[in-house]
Write a protein that binds this ligand. Structure first.
Ligand SMILES: [Zn+2]
Length: 152
């Protein structure tokens, strides 16, 4: 189910990874847990956390491991998630906004020289302005997802 929506509390790397996979993720680091829980309930999201004293609450998905890959594996397995290839890099890892495809020409002045003219795709976040491109990490990520059997 690719339409699962999450709240990630105090686990920035996990929030970024889930957004890269295309999931709708709100991320909080310093907010108090009561308002984070309230927001989770209000928006019918799933709260992913490693905060021990929250673990008994029914709307918390408690992560057993510290390792990012193991966390992803647990989430994917227990929530029976699937990731579409098309949804990879559809969301801004910085702010969760959906990304828009742009022509290289349009972002030419904003990207490093080393990535221009190489046939990469480029996407821009209209909310925070960040620009993304596939570069070299796309094959690595796909490999990892295939290993975890979560790419469909
Ligand atoms: Zn953004």
């Amino acid at each position: 189910m690719k339409d699962r929506r999450f709240v990630v509390y105090k686990l920035q790397k996990l929030a970024i990874l889930l957004r890269i996979l295309g999931f709708d993720v709100l991320y909080f680091q310093n907010e108090d847990y009561i308002s984070v829980i309230n927001l989770t309930k209000r928006e019918y999201r799933i709260l992913l956390s490693r905060v021990k004293f929250l673990r008994k609450l029914p709307w918390i998905f408690y992560l057993d491991k510290d390792d990012l890959n193991e966390q992803l594996e647990q989430i994917i397995k227990e929530l029976k998630l699937k990731v579409n290839k098309e949804s990879l890099f559809s969301r801004c890892s910085n702010c969760n906004n959906l990304l828009q495809k742009v022509q290289e020409e349009e972002v030419k002045r904003e990207i490093p020289l080393s990535v221009s003219g190489r046939g990469y795709w480029f996407k821009r976040c209209l909310n925070c302005g960040k620009i993304f491109w596939n570069g070299n990490h796309m094959p690595t990520l796909e490999e990892k997802l295939k290993k975890l059997a979560i790419l469909s």
